[in-house]
Design a protein. Structure first.
Length: 389
């Protein structure tokens, strides 16, 4: 039987106390922590599946002095607040009914029954918290070794239970897969239209998760080939998919970390009104909308004065625009926008009456100061003399 390799998180003292409170026979590590530890990856979140009911979990934790929060109590999830990080504890479940958007569940008692309702074989791995022995009901360990992302059971049935699993498939395939699974891609293509029924927030979030991965460009091409991308982001045509691939190469060349919003800007045409429409449809935050609109205003002249661009638009947007126009963003590295060494009151002291004229002169001086590369105060005062009536 496969065992989970010992890792720093499996030796956590606070986690051992939690397991003792639940009793090891009632608990299993599950999901991403098991999968990623087998791959030697860093672990960020720890989930525990348990045969205990939520009320029992809360009572046992309370007796052990462990604070809990009922983060998803209706679906059996309680979060234990531990010194080294929270742990989600979820009671074994079975689906009673599903409509592709949400599921009605009841609690179960068998580990395999809980595993059977999960999406992919590599996510249905359970590890005993003391022996670290892995329970693998659907061949997930082998799939992980072979770089295969495969739905549990019938792919079409899994997707009909939760339509978002189509997008999750492409994200997990990008992270863990080597070759495409024919059944998964066939089912995703056949049921792509069901994505229209999902909340836009869920779609937007899943797209961002995909686009934030090291290189999602081959996946975006595949999603277009299968008709999936057209359902969630019809603005992404072949040209936009190619722009994403080019952007990934640019990021790597200049040592810039992947960024989901920059990449989203790449796969929609650079039209501000379109960026606004996509932002609204995907329910993006105000900051994300502003950034997407700013990047959509890019043009070939952005590279002529990169610091001026960063001064007016912010370093983040300027970097995005330079990368997307094949320009070197190196000038922005570590750069912070300076402050114009001139105040409106100084213009008033020169005899200009308070009002719009002061603002106009200040703007003219600032524009010339930026165009000249942010010279010192002496030069600013000289510019001011030239701008005074």
């Amino acid at each position: 039987m496969t065992k989970l390799p010992e890792a720093s998180w499996t030796k956590r003292e606070d986690l051992a106390q939690l397991v003792a409170a639940l009793e090891a026979a009632n608990a299993r590590y599950v999901g991403g922590a098991v999968r990623d530890t087998l791959l030697g990856k860093d672990i960020h979140d720890i989930d525990i599946a348990t045969s205990l009911l939520p009320a029992d979990v809360i009572d046992r934790c309370k007796e052990a002095g462990i604070r809990t929060v009922p983060t998803g109590i209706d679906h059996g999830t309680v979060t234990a607040i531990l010194p080294d990080g929270p742990v989600e504890i979820t009671t074994l479940r079975r689906d009673v009914s599903t409509d592709g958007r949400r599921a009605t569940v009841s609690f179960a008692t068998e580990w395999k029954e809980d595993a059977s309702r999960r999406d992919f074989t590599i996510n249905a791995l359970y590890a005993h918290p003391e022996t670290l022995e892995i329970s693998d009901y659907f061949g997930g360990v082998e799939d992980l070794k072979n770089g295969r992302v495969r739905f549990i059971g019938n792919a079409r049935e899994r997707i009909r239970e939760d339509h978002l699993r189509i997008l999750r498939y492409f994200r997990f395939q990008t992270r863990f897969g080597d070759a495409w699974d024919d059944e998964a891609t066939g089912a995703s293509s056949e049921l792509a239209s069901t994505l229209k029924g999902l909340s836009r927030e869920r779609v937007g979030w899943e797209l961002q998760n995909l686009l934030g991965l090291p290189d999602p460009s081959p996946t975006v091409f595949k999603m277009r080939e299968l008709g999936v991308m057209q359902e969630v982001l019809p603005e992404c045509g072949t040209r936009e998919a190619e722009k994403l691939a080019e952007l990934v190469r640019q990021e790597r060349e200049y040592g810039i970390a992947p960024d989901a919003m920059r990449r989203l800007a790449a796969i929609i045409p650079p039209v501000p009104s379109l960026a606004q429409a996509v932002s609204a449809r995907l329910r993006l935050s105000r900051a994300q909308r502003e950034r997407l609109s700013c990047v959509a205003e890019r043009d070939a002249n952005d590279s002529q004065q990169p610091l001026a661009l960063a001064y007016y638009e912010g370093v983040e947007c300027a970097r995005d625009r330079l990368l997307l126009t094949r320009a070197d963003p190196g000038a922005l590295e570590g750069w912070e926008a300076p402050q114009l060494p001139l105040k409106g009151g100084e213009i008033v002291e020169r005899g200009v009456g308070k009002g719009p004229q002061v603002a106009r002169i200040l703007q003219s001086v600032e524009r010339r100061w930026v165009d000249e590369g942010f010279p010192d105060r002496d030069r600013v005062l000289a510019i001011l003399d030239e701008e005074l009536p």
